[in-house]
Design a protein around this ligand. Structure first.
Ligand SMILES: Cc1cc2nc3c(=O)[nH]c(=O)nc-3n(C[C@H](O)[C@H](O)[C@H](O)COP(=O)(O)OP(=O)(O)OC[C@H]3O[C@@H](n4cnc5c(N)ncnc54)[C@H](O)[C@@H]3O)c2cc1C
Length: 444
């Protein structure tokens, strides 16, 4: 049955769940088709990602869904206590998100999308249910949030494929949960201890290796190269599962958005798992996608601006994350193996460089306002190459126009005209002056 502004979301991971929950808040009729992932796997979540979910009404339960763990890192030969992260088992998390979505009025279908195609200005989505029966849904708009799955990617040739081999053990390592990352000559390991019997060990190596040998053999051999992690295994840990393999390569999808679909989370772009930021990226991608979708559906005249905003954002973040990933690999300077050399390349340059600006000026740029993407004047300068619009709640473009109309930057006059305090006006004006806006006088 066709319903007006029906939105179908494929996938109930963090990207799909956030997007669905926020669209529901806007009053859309949202159906999520999500198949809970088939293999258990543990990942670490930052507090930012958890807060992002909670702010959309998707609160994970600290007692049943998450374990707070101290995060240690052995990198370049030294030990650091980085911060705390939250361990989640991703199958449990899929289920918890589906429950939270249902409670927020989102229709959740336990199924697998086998196909989707554009039809009648919307999309027809084929869903295979639990018992194998296929049904069809009509969507005015489709959100593709099914994680790392095929599709047209912008492949960066020099970016290597990595594979993470994982195994769950039962162990006795004390009551305090922790995670430890450790670099070794041709890879790095990540182990998580949940404080209650479960040790999960993941070993990352070059993807070429995994195709050439038995995963169990590779896991055992490479885990021994990681001194701290192998100590955890040899302290009486007993394997509970087979070795599983997960591949990864940084990718940006070439087909991010159209008038009928948007890609969010890993379906849009993926970064190196070493950053440990994937879930946060998925959550923040959902927050960015929702005003874009709202604009595409409600203000068609602004569609191009909305699409440009989304594409530019994804490209800029992907570029930043590629370079940040390379910087982490560069911080390990003890080895000169192919593994480390290939990953220390700043691939972000392939996606353009950050704009260099000599002197501050205003340009028209897409921004989020009241749930829509609109074009507004923002201030760009060397210190703010991506643009800044507000300082202490003052719209810089409005301030600038008022200064020009007054022919002076008289603070007392500006406080009355803009109904703002002296401190706020001074801070906003200082930013413009410090970034060279008025260096040739008020007419510059
Ligand atoms: C080896 C490895 C380790 C990682 N470790 C971390 C970490 O520690 N911390 C971190 O923050 N990130 C980590 N990441 C990244 C993280 O897994 C992803 O970035 C994040 O899960 C992306 O969220 P998502 O919602 O886009 O996709 P996913 O979380 O992949 O969610 C997609 C959902 O859609 C379902 N689905 C897929 N296809 C269909 C379909 N056709 N129909 C219906 N449902 C479907 C899937 O079963 C899944 O439930 C790691 C990634 C890898 C590869």
């Amino acid at each position: 049955m066709k319903s007006r502004n029906a939105i179908v979301v494929i996938g109930s991971g963090p990207a799909g769940a956030i997007t669905a929950a926020l669209l529901r808040r806007y009053g859309y009729d949202v159906t999520v088709v999500g198949r809970v992932r088939s293999q258990p796997c543990w990942e670490g979540m930052s507090i930012r990602a958890l807060d992002g979910l909670a702010n959309a009404g998707l609160t994970l339960n600290l007692r049943t869904d998450l374990t707070a763990a101290r995060r240690y890192s052995w990198w370049n030969g030294s030990l650091n206590l980085v911060n705390v992260e939250y361990l989640v088992e991703r199958r449990q998390m899929d289920l918890a998100l589906q429950r939270a979505l249902t409670a927020r009025g989102v229709n959740v279908v336990d199924g697998y999308v086998t196909h989707h195609s554009v039809q009648d200005g919307g999309c027809v989505v084929a869903v295979e249910g639990k018992c194998g029966r296929v049904s069809e849904l009509f969507a005015n708009f489709l959100v593709i949030a099914h994680g790392r799955r095929g599709g047209k990617h912008i492949v960066i040739d020099q970016m290597p494929v990595s594979v993470m081999l994982g195994r769950l053990f039962s162990a006795r390592l004390g009551k305090e949960a922790f995670t430890v990352t450790e670099s070794f000559e041709d890879g790095w390991g990540w182990a998580t201890w949940n404080g209650d019997g479960k040790l999960n060990v993941n070993i990352t190596m070059d993807g070429d290796l995994a195709g050439s040998a038995d995963c169990e053999y590779l896991f055992t051999t490479y885990a021994q190269r990681s001194p701290e992690i192998s100590k955890l295994i040899t302290s009486g840990a007993v394997p509970l599962t087979q070795v599983t393999a997960r591949g990864s390569r940084p990718n940006l999808n070439a087909d991010l958005i159209s008038s009928t679909h948007i890609r969010v989370g890993d379906a849009a772009y993926t970064v190196d798992p070493l950053s440990g930021n994937g879930m946060y990226e998925a959550v923040s991608g959902g927050y960015a996608a929702v005003p874009v979708i709202n604009t595409l559906l409600q203000k068609r005249a602004d569609s191009l601006i909305a699409m440009q905003y989304y594409q530019d954002r994804a490209r800029a973040i992907f570029r930043q994350r590629l370079d940040a990933g390379a910087d982490i690999y560069k911080r390990e300077s003890r080895w000169n193996s192919d593994f480390w050399r290939k990953r220390a390349i700043n691939g972000g340059q392939a996606f353009g460089t950050t704009t260099t600006v000599d002197r501050g000026s205003f340009i028209s740029q897409p921004v989020v306002e009241d749930g829509f993407i609109l074009s507004r004047d923002v201030f760009i300068s060397a210190a703010h190459p991506r643009g800044i619009r507000f300082v202490n709640g003052i719209d810089l473009a409005v301030l600038h126009k008022t200064v020009l109309a007054n022919g002076s930057a008289d603070i007392a006059m500006l406080t009355t005209q803009l109904s703002k305090g002296v401190k706020d006006i001074t801070a906003a004006l200082s930013l413009l002056v410090q970034n060279g806006l008025y260096e040739n006088g008020l007419n510059s």
